[in-house]
Design a binder for this molecule. Structure first.
Ligand code: GAP
Length: 484
C-alpha cells in the first residue's frame, strides 16, 4: 500500500482531515472525521478496558511477578510551571534544530533528521546537499508550548501545555494512595492530549504537534522493578497483536544507552513498519521505560541531575536546589511489612494517534471481487478488528419497497442501542456493501424477499464475504457475539 492511497481514503471516507483545512491547514494538527472519531475512541476504550477496568487484580497476569491493581486519573493539561522544572522538561526537553539561510528555502530541520529530511529546493535532496544550501549551526529548541495564565500576561504568568500526561500522575501519587485503597504494586492510567512544538511534524499524524497519549505509571518495589519492566514490555506488545497488528510488522527494540531519556534507566520501544518508512525501518508506537525513582524524588526533593549516579539534586550557584521540589513526602509505607521506600516506576507510554495510524495502515487491503454484474473489480476494504471498527454493522433493505425498509429500520433501531450501526437504503446493494467495506464495517445485514416469508436476514462477513441467514429476532445478539 502506498501512503497516498491511505491518506486519500482517510479524507474521502471521513477518517482524518487536515485541521483548519479551509484556511490552508496548520502543519502538525489533524482532525478526526465521523469514522475516525469512532475508530480512535474504540482504540482508547479497548486500551482503558484491557489495562484498567477489566484488569483482574485478584489473579497474577501471565508473566507478572505478582498480582497488581490498576486505577485511573484525568489531569489538567496546564499544570503548575514548577512541575516541568522538576520533571526536567524545562531544561532538557529539546531537540537540536538547524535553519537554512537561503532565500527560497528558509527551511527548518531537526539536525538529527537531516538525512531523512527533504530540502524544499529542487531536485529533491536532503538539506545541506545542494551547492547553495547554507545551514546554521545546530541550536537547542524546547518543544513545550508556552501559554499565559490570567489577565496580566507577564513572564511570571507563563505556563506550559503538557508535553506528556505522565507528570499529572506523579504529582497525584499521594492523592491516589491516600484516597483509594491501592497498594504497591499498582498502576495509574491516563488518556489525554499532549502538545509538542515539533520542529518538523510529518508522515501524516505520526509526528503531530497536538496528540493523545495513553500512559500508565506503574509503581513497584525497587527489588521487583526489573521483572515488572519485562512483564510490561511483553504485555503491551501482545495488546497490539491481539487487536490485529501483524507480528511481522512489529518489533520490540531496546534503546541504546545514548538514546535513553533523561529519566530512564532502560527503555524498549514497540515499533511498527509504517508504509512511509523505507524497507527494514520501523517507527515508534509506544515506549516502555524504567524510570526508577527519578520522578517521585524530583517532585519531593527538587530536580535531580540525570548525569549523577546515584541521582542527586541539581544545585544552583548558591548551593541550593536549582528547582525546588514540593517538599511533600511521596514515599510509600507498606503496611504489612512496615517498610518505607520510594517506589520505582515502569511506564508503558503509547500514542493514541500513532496506534490509530498503525491500525489504519494494517487494515488497508485491496482485493478483486465481482461487482453486481459479475465483473471482477478492485475492492478497497479496511480490515479492522471488529472491536475497533468504527461501525460494527450496517443494515440494508434489498429494495426500497415490499415492506423491507420497515423491517430493516426496526432491526437498525434495536441494533444501535447496543453497537454502532448504520442504515442505508440508497443505490444498488453491491455499492452499499463496497461503501461499508471502505469504512471497515465487519458485518452487513440485508433484509430481502425471504425475510418476509421466513423472518430471516443475511449477515455478510466483510473479510470472507460469506453470507449466513439468521433469524430477525437473533440478529442483535449474533452481532454482539461476533463483535466480542
Ligand atoms: N511519558 C513518556 C513519553 O512521553 P515519549 O516516547 O516521548 O514518552 C510516548 O512519547 C508516545 O507518545 C510515543 O511512543 C508516541 O506514540 C506518542 N508521541 C510522542 N510524540 C508524538 C508526536 N509528536 N505525535 C504523535 N505521537 C507522539
Amino acid at each position: 500500500m502506498e501512503m497516498d492511497q491511505l491518506v486519500s481514503l482517510c479524507k474521502r471516507r471521513g477518517f482524518l482531515f487536515q485541521s483548519s483545512e479551509i484556511y490552508g491547514g496548520l502543519n502538525g494538527f489533524w482532525d478526526y472525521g465521523p469514522l475516525g472519531v469512532e475508530l480512535k475512541r474504540n482504540i482508547k476504550s479497548a486500551w482503558w478496558s484491557d489495562m484498567v477496568t477489566a484488569h483482574d487484580e485478584l489473579t497474577a497476569s501471565d508473566g507478572a511477578p505478582s498480582t497488581h491493581e490498576m486505577t485511573g486519573l484525568d489531569c489538567t493539561i496546564i499544570m503548575h510551571p514548577q512541575v516541568w522544572k522538576c520533571s526536567g522538561h524545562f531544561d532538557l526537553f529539546s531537540d537540536m534544530m538547524v535553519d537554512c539561510r537561503v532565500e527560497g528555502c528558509k527551511g527548518r530541520f531537526r539536525s538529527d533528521h537531516l538525512v531523512s529530511s527533504q530540502c524544499p529546493l529542487k531536485p529533491s535532496k536532503a538539506p545541506g546537499e545542494h551547492d547553495k544550501c547554507d545551514l546554521t549551526e545546530p541550536r537547542e529548541f524546547n518543544l513545550m508550548f508556552k501559554t499565559i495564565v490570567g489577565a496580566m500576561g507577564t513572564e511570571a504568568d507563563t505556563a506550559f501545555l503538557r508535553p506528556e500526561t505522565a507528570q499529572g500522575i506523579f504529582v497525584n501519587f499521594k492523592n491516589v494512595v491516600d484516597s483509594s485503597r491501592v497498594r504497591v504494586p499498582f498502576g495509574i492510567a491516563q488518556i489525554g492530549k499532549s502538545f509538542r512544538n515539533e520542529i518538523t511534524p510529518r508522515n501524516f499524524t505520526f509526528r503531530s504537534r497536538e496528540f493523545e497519549q495513553m500512559e500508565i505509571e506503574f509503581f513497584c518495589h525497587p527489588d521487583t522493578s526489573r521483572k515488572w519492566y519485562e512483564y510490561w514490555r511483553d504485555r503491551r506488545m501482545k495488546w497490539y497483536t491481539d487487536l490485529g497488528l501483524s507480528s511481522d510488522r512489529l518489533i520490540l527494540r531496546d534503546h541504546d544507552p545514548d538514546e535513553l531519556s533523561h529519566y530512564s534507566t532502560g527503555t524498549a520501544d514497540i515499533e511498527y513498519a509504517f508504509p512511509f518508512l523505507a524497507e527494514g525501518e520501523y517507527g515508534e508506537l509506544e515506549g516502555i521505560a524504567h524510570r526508577g525513582d527519578f520522578d517521585l524524588r524530583s517532585h519531593m526533593e527538587g530536580k535531580l541531575n540525570p548525569n549523577t549516579c546515584p541521582l542527586e539534586v541539581e544545585k544552583g550557584a548558591d548551593g541550593k536546589p536549582k528547582y525546588r521540589g514540593s517538599g511533600k513526602d511521596l514515599t510509600y509505607r507498606d503496611d504489612l511489612t512496615g517498610e518505607r521506600y520510594t517506589p520505582h516506576v515502569i511506564e508503558p507510554s503509547a500514542g493514541a494517534d500513532r496506534a490509530t495510524l498503525a491500525f489504519l495502515c494494517e487494515a488497508y487491503t485491496e482485493d478483486e471481487q465481482p461487482n453486481d454484474k459479475g465483473k471482477l473489480q478492485t475492492r478497497t476494504v479496511m480490515k479492522f478488528h471488529p472491536r475497533i471498527a468504527p461501525i460494527k454493522a450496517a443494515v440494508f433493505p434489498l429494495v426500497k419497497k415490499d415492506g423491507m425498509p420497515e423491517v430493516a429500520q426496526e432491526i437498525y433501531r434495536a441494533l444501535k442501542k447496543r453497537v454502532t450501526a448504520f442504515y442505508d437504503e440508497k443505490g444498488a446493494v453491491g455499492r452499499r456493501y463496497r461503501r461499508q467495506d471502505e469504512a471497515g464495517t465487519p458485518y452487513c445485514i440485508t433484509v430481502d424477499g425471504e425475510t418476509l416469508s421466513d423472518q430471516t436476514v443475511t449477515i455478510r462477513d466483510r473479510d470472507s464475504l460469506e453470507q449466513n441467514r439468521v433469524k430477525v429476532d437473533d440478529v442483535v445478539e449474533e452481532i454482539e457475539r461476533r463483535v466480542g
